[in-house]
Design a protein around this ligand. Structure first.
Ligand code: AGP
Length: 345
């Protein structure tokens, strides 16, 4: 069994540990943020962790109405510049906690007296030590180059903090149901193994979603790129309408995340458009009607809250990427030219 597949299946346990571990810390951080009356947030991250930051942008802006900027760490490193961050929450998300350019953002924020928060999988990492607050994802060591359990636990840490920061007890309660529902997604392993065979010669694809699941279209595309060498590109459907749609050709695979909720109407319209030009549409949804529209489809559990479906969509995408890699005769644990920890400055 590959390390990636093994770690995908560790997610129910990892999510449970993460949520339990941070129960106290999220309350303490939420109190500090409410007391400081934070009016803007800056998040710095790279790669998969940056996709968790995109999730963070949507959930914080939606639940708290606080604008979130995704930092460009190069402003601090390559350009030797800085940002005015005195009254901000400045968060760094990094599996390893070693991302050097991300750390520079935190150092600048600390020097200005901002509230800093690190979300990492290592309590003694440079980022964890530099930040005033830390959320430990507690996913266990991740050996696979392709991040899986550390991504979903980053999402859980962010959502748990937002639930307490915004005082949304229902969201906090719903987060506790995620591990069990992720297990239900994992039960689809046979379906994934069978259905990916159809795509073993795939060389390019698009991955689309809208709203909070935009983060998952980016992350699913990255998982497919690094484990399959497929030119996969993630978009929000709202952007895809504005030009990229012209690239779609007959039989081109397009993965569409279409959970029930505020994004469904637009995603369904995009799906109609894709079908009209003969694209090969792969639907991931908890809505029967849209599932039937796909050439291939995968079911995820029902969700009452749009902030929760990203967990299920991404687990399905991780399984898809891992099994597609194997179907192509590749080794998802040895992506060419990549290491587990990538440092950019
Ligand atoms: C994840 O699948 C990638 N291998 C990569 O993007 C990784 O997430 C990135 O290098 C960020 O690392 P960090 O979270 O340890 O800072």
């Amino acid at each position: 069994m590959t390390k990636m597949w093994k770690e995908i299946f560790q997610q129910p346990e990892a999510l449970k540990s993460c949520i339990e571990t941070n129960e106290r810390a999220v309350r303490e951080i939420a109190d500090a943020l409410n007391e400081a009356d934070i009016s803007s947030v800056v998040i710095a991250a790279r790669g998969t962790s940056d996709h968790a930051a995109v999730y963070g942008k949507y959930i914080i802006e939606y639940k708290l109405g606080i604008p979130v900027a995704l930092a460009a760490p190069s402003i601090f490193t390559a350009y030797k510049g800085t940002l005015k961050m005195k009254n901000c929450l400045v968060a760094a998300i990094s599996q390893s906690g070693e991302a050097e350019d991300v750390l520079e953002v935190i150092k600048a924020a600390n020097s200005q007296g901002a509230i800093t928060l690190g979300i990492t999988n290592f309590v003694d990492s440079p980022i964890a030590k530099e930040c005033r607050f830390h959320l430990f994802t507690n996913a266990g060591v991740e050996q696979s180059v392709a991040a899986t359990k550390t991504f979903t636990t980053q999402l859980a840490s962010i959502a748990q903090l937002v639930a307490h920061w915004s005082g949304d007890e229902n969201l906090a309660k719903m987060l506790k149901t995620i591990p069990e529902n992720v297990s239900k997604v994992l039960c689809q392993k046979e379906a994934v193994i069978t259905k990916v065979q159809r795509y073993r010669y795939m060389e390019e694809c698009f991955v689309l979603a809208r709203g909070i699941n935009y983060s998952i279209s980016l992350e699913a595309a990255l998982k497919i790129q690094e484990t399959n060498y497929v030119r996969a590109k993630g978009y929000a459907t709202s952007d895809f309408h504005h030009g990229p749609f012209a690239m779609v050709e007959k039989d081109m695979p397009v993965i569409v995340f279409a959970p029930e909720g505020p994004s469904l109407k637009d995603v369904k319209e995009m799906t109609d458009k894709l079908i009209s030009v003969g694209a090969e549409v792969i639907i991931v949804s908890n809505n029967d009607e849209i599932c039937e529209m796909g050439n291939v489809s995968f079911k995820i559990p029902k969700t009452e809250n749009d902030m929760i479906s990203p967990f299920y969509n991404v687990v399905l995408a991780q399984m898809f990427a891992c099994q597609l890699s194997l179907a192509k005769g590749l080794d998802p644990d040895r992506p060419r030219g990549l290491n587990k920890v990538t440092i950019t400055r």
